[in-house]
Write a protein that binds this ligand. Sequence first.
Ligand SMILES: Cc1cc2nc3c(=O)[nH]c(=O)nc-3n(C[C@H](O)[C@H](O)[C@H](O)COP(=O)(O)O)c2cc1C
Length: 348
Amino acid sequence: MYNSDFLSQLGCQLPIIQAPMAGAQDSRLAIAVCHAGGLGSLPCAMLSIEQIEREIVYIRANTASPFNVNFFAHHQVDYTPEMQNRWLQVLQPYYQQFGLSEQDICHTGGRQPFNQATADLLADLKVPLVSFHFGLPEDKLLQQIKASGAKVISTATTLTEARWLQAKGVDAIIAQGLEAGGHRGMFLHNDIATQSGTFALLPNLVKAIDLPVIAAGGISDAATSQCTFSLGADAVQAGTAFLLADEAKTKAGHKTALQSSKASDTRLTNIFSGGIARGIATPFIESLGIHPAVPPFPHAAFVTDPIKNRAEQLGNNDFSAMWAGQNACLAVPGSAKAIIERILPSAV
Ligand SMILES: Cc1cc2nc3c(=O)[nH]c(=O)nc-3n(C[C@H](O)[C@H](O)[C@H](O)COP(=O)(O)O)c2cc1C
C-alpha cells in the first residue's frame, strides 16, 4: 500500500524518516530505525565536527542501510550586549529565584550553522542523504554536497518556502505542519500567522511542487500516517512518536511529562533559543510565550540556559525545553521497530 519513490531510490524499505532530534537522540536511534527498515537520522546541529565524523563512521559500521545527517542552515546574526541585556532584564526574576547572576552566562557551545569544514567532511564520507532545517547553506556548500552524490532535502513551512527550496535544487521537501514538535523550520519569514497545519500545508505543496513531499507534524500512529498518504505524501517524517523509543536519549523528566496528562498541552515559544519551537507547556513557557525581547536564534540560549540547567540540577523540569508535537499524547514507549509498526502497520 505504501511506497516512497524518493526513499526506495535511496535503498530504504519503508516510507518513514525518523525525524532528527538534537538533544534527544544519537546514532543508536538512527541505527535501530535503519534496522527496522526506516530511514534513521543523525541530528548534527549540536555536535562538534569530530563527533559528527565519529557518529557517521559508527552508523556505517552498524548498518548497510541509507541514513540521514541533519544540520541547521540558519544565518548567524551578530549578538550584541544590548540584546543580552534586554533579555537578561526579562529573565531577572528567574535569575533571582535560582541565585544566578550575569557571571553564570556562558557563550560557548550552542547550535552551529552549517559550514565549509562540515561540507568537506560530508564530501569525504560520501553520506547518502543530508537534511537541513532553517533553509539551506550558501550555494557553494550546497553544490559541494550534491557533487559528492548525496541527496539533499529541507523543511518548508509555507508554499513560498517550498518554492524557494525547489528553485535551489533540493531533491525532496519536508512539509512541516504547525502540529510539529521542536523548532519550526521557518526561514523566509518569522511570522507565526503564516503557518498552517499539516492537513492544509501538505496538499498545497503536493499540488504546486514538482518534487516528492515528505509530511511532518502530528504523525504518531497508523491513522495519522494514512491521512498524510491520502493527501499525497511520498513519505512521513515522525519525531515526537520516537521520543519514547528505547533507543532514544530523551531525558527522564521529558519522558515522564510525555506519559502524563501534560502531553496534551503543547505551546509555541521562542524563549529557549530565539527560534519558535513547540514543547510541553510549563509555567515558564506560559508566562513568556513568544517574547519580543528575545535575542535572535540561537543566541537566546546563552541567557536562558543557566536557568534551565540550575532548575534541572534541582530536579525541577518546569524550566526545561521538553519539545513535543501536538499529538504527543499518542506516543507510546517501545522499541523503534515497534513504533514504526504502529505508524505503518500494513507496510511491515
Ligand atoms: C525533541 C525534538 C527535537 C527536534 N530537533 C530537530 C533537529 O535537530 N533538526 C530538525 O531538522 N528537526 C528537529 N525537530 C523537528 C522534526 O524534524 C519534525 O519536524 C517534527 O518532529 C515533526 O513533528 P512531530 O514531532 O509531531 O512528529 C525536532 C523535533 C523534536 C520533537
